[in-house]
Structures are given as structure tokens and as C-alpha cells.
Design a protein around this ligand. Structure first.
Ligand code: ATP
Ligand code: MG
Length: 555
């Protein structure tokens, strides 16, 4: 956790670089590959790089949004649009600084040609298997490629052939000439370019060769004048090659790569490849399924941008590898919704109540408070009639002593309204209770129970003549194991078959008027949000459970 007023190690470096005049301002970037939707892990990276730019705005700092679209195979415009939407929704602004790595293809190419001319890159014609085998391993040095010492002229000609599409995929690669016995495997003549006969979503069929991420990334950063290139720890081992590229290529600036630990959350998978699998196979309804930890899934679930930013802020920035508990994320949204969400009454599992001493056509308006934590939220009028619904489990036929809600001969308060006493039940042929017969006690609204009546609880209710039907979607964790990625049979083996349950609920009338995205607390149940996609579609009300009233993740 970041302590108030204390900077994390990255912010300290940045402050020092400004103080010493190494940089006049700070330029960061967030570089997603458009091969999937953003997830909560990306939010951590976004909050860091965009956050730093915001904090240093006085010196002209900024953060670029750059699509790292150098791999044509898996990328798509749908992903580009979703990523822009999510970054904006999180509350960040790239201004005019929206870039596509594919706009730099000429620049990458120029740098590669330059390296060849310097004798620092060569075209390798070994087979894919030979290349792999000859790289050696941690204990064995690699073996030089037979092409390693060919002349610059020859290499330029071969690279030209690669570019023109005269090689099939896998027949030729361009490699940096560094050190085949380096203890860092990434320095054993890493691949700079490979042949790919794919159509790129931006550049079409112009290119037959595509740069590798490790070569392209430092060049993208340098091209944009990035001062601090912040990335996750798995790139630490790649940093020597990042620096080699900056040192040997004709670049306009020298960015610095700094690594921090990635966010891992339990009971979920985040890798885009795995989420894509769940989406494609219909395990979830789409990238925005509320059970996913994608930004769009969280938004649909009812998370606010503020709660996600607060969560990322509290995580802090370190090099410590760990697993964060889901309860930490839920704490943030619960805390925020507790303050801002209206209280509404919804019965998820309804049983009918008839007030036997209430006239058939009598309707009375009850004043029910909107938010007990916030008097300024006021109260609302909720109609009560002769018939109503309460929660099935707020009644027990043979209640134990400690059960303070309804039973035959017992009394309970209807939230914001009268105290009622149950006198009997109706049953169907199978002996199931179909209706509770109750009497209301006059003159008990907002008043204590009269002498001789014990009333220790208030329950929520929905008037039958006034309430509306709604579909309420209740979510549980998507995986049954804390670390699905570590499951011996793969993450698909521990999918929770009960992660979604759908209730046909009764909701108070006001909930028929709300817009998609509306947050509220269903009293005594949890925080809910009108579904962004399905609510009011075809006249149906649809609510998603965002989070329970209490931490449900405790082991
Ligand atoms: P995934 O592993 O989910 O497929 P990725 O790292 O391949 O994600 P990119 O689009 O390359 O996805 O990521 C863009 C940026 O987001 C990178 O700088 C990456 O370091 C950062 N990032 C990705 N996942 C996390 C995470 N779990 N925590 C923090 N930062 C992350
Ligand atoms: Mg990636």
C-alpha cells in the first residue's frame, strides 16, 4: 500500500529527473496491443502512466495512448475502439497523442537497414528448428549461425528479398548480431524481423515483414520522445536489448525502461488469450460479461471508474510479486456505493402476503428513506396495498427463538411502514406455503410497537399492485480455485458452473423508471446496477449484482 505523501520508486525517479534537469518534462505512454479488451491489470498500468502525467502537468507532462499493432495476426479494430472507450471511461485523456506503432513501419525498417550497414544485423536462413536449437540454453552457449558473418551488401539484398515477399514464413529472419553466449538469452542474437504473409488492419498487404515486439518497442518510445517507459516485471530481462536498440539505432531520444510488478487477482484469469477462449467458446456472454475482470465487464457489473482508480492507487507500485485478494477490489466499490447509492426495495424470492384487515382498494403512501447514511438523500413515497411480497426466507413456519422476523403469531415491521402480525398461512395441495395471512397494526408507522407486541426487525417488501417484475442476475466467482492458471488440467478445469444465477424478482415501482447504469442498494441484499446492455431492452428490467453488503471472500 502506498502511504500518503510517500512516493513510489518510479515517481521518485521521475521527480529526481525533473529536479536535476535530466528532463524538462515527463512523457509516458500506455501501449496496449489491440488483440483483446482491457482488464483490471491494464487499469493498474493506465493509472500509473496517465496518473504520473496528470501529476506533472505543470511541467507539460503527458501520456500517449499507443496501439502496439505490430503483429497483424491477432489484431482488430473492434479492440482499438474498446480500448479507447475504456481509457476514457477510466477518466484519462491522451489529448492529441494517439499513436499506432504501425505508422512507424518505415522507421523500423530504416533502423533495421542501418543496423545491417553497421554490421550489427544479419539475415539468418536457418530453419526455425535450427534457430531454436542453436540458441543453446542457460547452461550451454549458443552456436553462431552460418550466415552470421555475411557481408552487409549480401544482408541488405536478402533483407530486401524478405521485404518483397520472396521468402515464405519461417524461411528467413533478420537478427541482431550481439552475443550467442550471453548469459541473458534475450541477447543471443535476438530476432528483429520475421516474414508474415498476413493482412494488417492498418497497413493492409503493404508489408511482408513485421518487427518483433522487443525491437519495435524501444523504437516507438524513442520516436515519441518518451522519457520513462513503464512496463511490467517480465520485461526486466529484456531491458539490455531495449538499451542496445536505443544505443545502436538512429533514434531521436533515449527513453528509460522501468519495470514494476503486475497485478494478479485471485479466482480469475486475465490473460487476453484466455479470456478470448472463454468468449469464443461461449463460457461467458462476451468481453463485457460482468463475471470477467475486463474494464467493460466491471463497468457492466456496476463498478465505477473512481472505485477502480482508488483500487489501483491503494495497490501502489513496487517490484514485489504477489496475488491480490478480490475482497480488496470489492471493498472499494462497496465503500463508494455505500455513500452514493439510493436504497431500494426488491424481493428476490417472493412470497405473497395478504393484509386481512386492510380494505381491498385502499392504497397508502409510505415515506421510506433513500439512504440512512445520508439524510440529504431524503425519502420517497412507496405505495402499499392489501397484497404485497416479502422475501420467502423472512418467514419461518417453526422459527427458532433467535429468529426475529415473521412466523405465525410473530410481528415484524415493513420498512418505512406498519408493523404486521402473521396469523396464519395458506398452503397448496403439496403442503407448500403460498400465502401469509397477516394483520397490520394501525398507528405504528414511525412509532414503537404497542404494549404486548414484540417487533425487533424491519423487512423489505414490494406492493403487489404497484411493484414490477425484474430479472436480477446474481454473480459468483467465475473459478472455483484461487489460482486457475496453476490448475494441473488448465484453467478451464475449474470454471464455477454456478457463477450466474437469475432471479425473477419483484421491484418497487421507482426501479421501473431508472436508466441503464443506475446504481442502488437493494435493501438488505447488496449493491446492484441496471444492466448497461439489456435493461429496458424489450421492456424488461435487468439488474446486475455488483457486490454484497459484506465481504463474501473471507476464507
Ligand atoms: P495479457 O497478458 O492480458 O494478454 P499483455 O501484457 O499482453 O496482457 P498488452 O496489451 O501488451 O497486454 O499490455 C499493455 C500494457 O499493460 C503493458 O505495458 C503491460 O505491461 C501492462 N499490463 C498488462 N497486464 C498487466 C497487469 N496484470 N498488471 C499491470 N500491468 C499490466
Ligand atoms: Mg502482450
Amino acid at each position: 500500500m502506498s502511504e500518503e505523501g510517500k512516493k513510489d520508486f518510479i515517481r521518485e525517479i521521475i521527480a529526481e529527473d525533473l529536479a536535476t534537469g535530466k528532463h524538462e518534462t515527463t512523457i509516458t505512454r500506455f501501449p496496449p496491443e489491440p488483440n483483446g479488451y482491457l482488464h483490471i491489470g491494464h487499469a493498474k498500468a493506465i493509472c500509473l502512466s496517465f496518473g504520473i502525467a496528470e501529476e506533472n502537468a505543470a511541467s507539460g507532462a503527458r501520456c500517449h495512448l499507443r496501439f502496439d499493432d505490430t503483429n497483424p495476426a491477432k489484431e482488430d479494430v473492434e479492440y482499438v475502439e474498446s480500448i479507447k472507450k475504456d481509457v476514457e471511461w477510466l477518466g484519462f485523456d491522451w489529448g492529441e497523442h494517439l499513436y499506432f506503432a504501425s505508422d512507424y513501419f518505415d522507421f523500423f525498417y530504416t533502423c533495421a537497414v542501418d543496423l545491417i550497414k553497421q554490421g550489427k544485423a544479419y539475415v539468418d536462413l536457418q530453419s526455425v528448428d535450427e534457430v531454436r536449437k542453436n540458441r543453446g540454453n542457460v547452461n550451454t552457449p549458443g552456436i553462431n549461425s552460418p550466415q552470421r558473418d555475411t557481408s552487409a551488401e549480401e544482408n541488405l539484398a536478402l533483407f530486401e528479398k524478405m521485404k518483397n515477399g520472396d521468402f515464405e514464413e519461417g524461411e528467413a529472419i533478420l537478427r541482431a548480431k550481439i552475443d550467442m553466449s550471453s548469459s541473458n538469452m534475450n541477447m543471443r542474437d535476438p530476432v528483429l524481423y520475421r516474414v508474415l504473409h498476413e493482412t494488417h488492419h492498418h497497413t493492409g498487404d503493404t508489408w511482408k515483414i513485421y518487427p518483433m515486439y522487443d525491437f519495435a518497442h524501444p523504437l516507438e518510445d524513442a520516436k515519441e520522445g518518451i522519457t520513462h517507459s513503464l512496463c511490467t516485471l517480465e520485461f526486466e530481462e529484456h531491458r539490455p536489448f531495449y538499451e542496445w536498440t536505443i544505443e545502436h539505432c538512429p533514434v531521436p531520444s533515449a527513453p528509460r525502461q522501468i519495470e514494476f510488478s503486475r497485478l494478479n487477482l485471485n479466482y480469475t484469469v486475465m490473460s487476453k488469450r484466455k479470456v478470448l477462449e472463454l468468449v469464443t467458446d461461449g463460457v461467458v456472454s462476451g468481453w463485457d460479461d460482468p463475471r470477467l475482470l475486463t474494464i467493460s465487464g466491471l463497468r457492466r457489473r456496476g463498478y465505477t471508474a473512481e472505485s477502480i482508480r482508488n483500487f489501483c492507487h491503494k495497490l501502489g507500485v513496487t517490484k514485489f510479486k504477489g496475488m491480490t485478494d478480490m475482497s480488496v477490489l470489492e471493498f472499494e466499490i462497496r465503500q463508494q456505493l455505500n455513500k452514493i447509492a439510493d436504497r431500494r426495495m426488491t424481493v428476490l424470492d417472493p412470497i405473497k402476503v395478504t393484509l386481512t384487515n386492510w380494505d381491498a382498494d385502499r392504497v397508502e403512501e409510505m415515506a421510506v428513506v433513500n439512504n440512512p447514511e445520508d439524510a440529504s438523500a431524503g425519502s420517497r413515497q412507496v405505495s402499499l396495498g392489501k397484497h404485497l411480497f416479502i422475501e420467502r426466507d423472512d418467514f419461518m413456519e417453526d422459527p427458532p427463538k433467535k429468529f426475529f422476523r415473521l412466523g405465525v403469531g410473530r410481528s415484524v415491521r415493513l420498512r418505512g411502514g406498519y408493523i404486521i402480525t402473521c396469523n396464519g398461512v395458506e398452503k397448496d395441495a403439496d403442503g407448500n406455503i403460498t400465502e401469509l395471512l397477516c394483520e397490520y397494526i394501525p398507528d405504528t408507522v414511525g412509532k414503537n410497537a404497542p404494549e404486548g407486541i414484540k417487533c425487533k426487525a424491519a423487512i423489505h417488501w414490494v406492493s403487489m399492485a404497484h411493484g414490477e417484475d425484474a430479472e436480477v442476475r446474481i454473480y459468483d466467482r467465475l473459478f472455483t480455485e484461487e489460482n486457475p492458471d496453476a490448475h494441473e488440467d488448465g484453467f478451464r478445469a475449474c470454471i464455477n458452473p454456478n457463477s450466474l444465477s437469475i432471479k425473477q424478482a419483484k421491484v418497487e415501482p421507482m426501479l421501473a423508471e431508472v436508466e441503464p447504469g443506475y446504481h442502488c442498494q437493494f435493501e438488505r441484499i447488496g449493491y446492484f446496477c441496471a444492466d448497461l446492455i439489456d435493461h429496458e431492452k424489450g421492456g424488461k428490467l435487468v439488474f446486475n449484482k455488483t457486490v454484497g453488503l459484506k465481504d463474501s471472500w473471507k476464507k
